[in-house]
Design a protein around this ligand. Structure first.
Ligand SMILES: Cc1cc2nc3c(=O)[nH]c(=O)nc-3n(C[C@H](O)[C@H](O)[C@H](O)COP(=O)(O)OP(=O)(O)OC[C@H]3O[C@@H](n4cnc5c(N)ncnc54)[C@H](O)[C@@H]3O)c2cc1C
Length: 345
């Protein structure tokens, strides 16, 4: 198996050790056995470089992952544990459940608060790690707690939403390979309000029934597909990791009275002294139009400036080169540093 078979960007070399965990039991079994055989008596301190090298990599849907080109020697667990149990006021979902399957099942059961996340590829585990979101809604909105296995402590632990310190495309466990998310418990919020960005965009007339929300879901998916933000094997412009960069939050004084930012859309954030800028606009106005490529293999999607995609035969080195080029160009023009959203291995 090659890592490129597991990633939506189609990048990554041969895997030397991997297990596919098809359900919750195999996920627990394989990972605990790995802990016992490789980590517990390794003799390394848990914060040492050597211990970190031994930590496994958990792959969900591989839609936010950028692995290296060469042979990958760390242990990989591919998580397909996908059970959902719905209670009166909450539901439990295993971390390998695809977001779209969770949303479908919830809509069928009269739970509509997650519809805005329709069309985001990936598993629930990957979404929590990254606090995935769209249209003003985030996976963390109704999260109560998660169950994890901590490969440093060798323990199963529950972490509450507060402990995860969620922020824009961030959680405390992002880029922490010692944490395996096993499952999550969410609140069922029957009185939720559709995010205003969704009502603005779709003019949704207060959908109420499962059929209304299925229609809304279809509209969202159609809207996303126009931007190649639905992963489709036949759509080369979707063969990326979604948004490669975050919308940067900068000091308000940087843009005030600065005409260079005149045509850059901006959004308020909690801190009144800061402002969030559209990364897509910054890139496009740095002479990097949709479809831009340095060598024809990796380039900006023809349908979305924020997505770096594999046009065919791209390597990690191609993506890295393009990424650096974009960052440099944006910095030179706007004095703004772009931060990446993707997870690099
Ligand atoms: C076409 C396209 C559109 C996209 N649109 C959006 C969007 O609108 N909004 C958005 O937020 N994102 C978007 N993304 C990015 C991506 O889909 C999300 O970040 C998604 O949540 C990643 O989930 P995954 O299962 O694929 O994670 P992976 O890519 O498999 O993993 C990502 C990281 O999470 C870790 N991880 C995964 N599962 C677990 C687990 N169970 N326990 C511990 N760690 C784990 C991995 O080790 C890795 O560090 C898009 C991607 C594509 C390709």
């Amino acid at each position: 198996m090659k890592f490129s078979d597991l990633t939506t960007i189609g990048i990554g070399g041969e895997l030397s050790k991997y297990n596919i965990c098809n359900d919750g039991f195999s996920l627990l079994d394989y990972t605990y056995e790995y802990y016992l055989n490789n980590l517990l008596d390794s003799g390394y301190k848990t914060n040492s470089k050597e211990y970190k090298e031994l930590l496994p990599v958990i792959v969900g849907d591989g839609s936010n992952l950028l692995p290296p080109d060469g042979q990958f020697d760390k242990q990989v667990f591919v998580n397909k544990a996908a059970d959902i149990t719905i209670f009166d006021d909450s539901f439990n979902v295993e971390s390998g459940c695809m977001l779209e399957d969770m949303i479908d099942k919830l809509i069928d059961n009269g739970v509509f608060a997650f519809t805005a996340l329709s069309g985001i590829p990936g598993t629930v585990g990957g979404a929590i790690v990254q606090n995935a979101g769209a249209y003003g809604s985030e996976i963390s909105d109704y999260l109560i707690e998660i169950s994890i296995f901590d490969f440093k402590k060798g323990k199963y632990i529950e972490l509450s939403k507060n402990q995860l310190k969620f922020d824009y495309r961030y959680s405390k466990i992002k880029n922490d390979p010692s944490i395996l998310v096993l499952s999550a418990r969410f609140n069922i919020n029957k009185n939720f309000e559709l995010p205003s960005r969704l009502t603005d965009i779709f003019g949704a007339k207060s959908p109420k029934t499962a059929s209304d929300f299925n229609n809304l879901k279809d509209l969202i998916i159609a809207e996303r597909a126009k931007k190649s933000m639905i992963y489709e094997i036949t759509d080369i412009n979707s063969h990326g990791c979604g948004s490669f960069f975050k919308n940067p939050v900068v000091p308000l004084e940087l843009i005030e009275d600065n005409e260079i930012f005149e045509n850059i859309p901006s959004y308020e954030v909690a801190d009144p002294k800061s402002i969030k800028l559209s990364a897509a606009a910054l890139i496009e106005q740095s002479d990097l139009p949709k479809g831009f490529t340095l060598n024809g293999r990796a380039g900006l999607s023809h349908n979305h400036t924020l997505a770096i995609v594999n046009f065919g035969g791209a390597t990690r080195a191609d993506v890295d080169e393009l990424c650096e080029h974009i960052k440099k160009q944006v910095f030179e023009k706007f004095n703004v540093s772009l931060e990446e959203e993707v997870v690099r291995l």
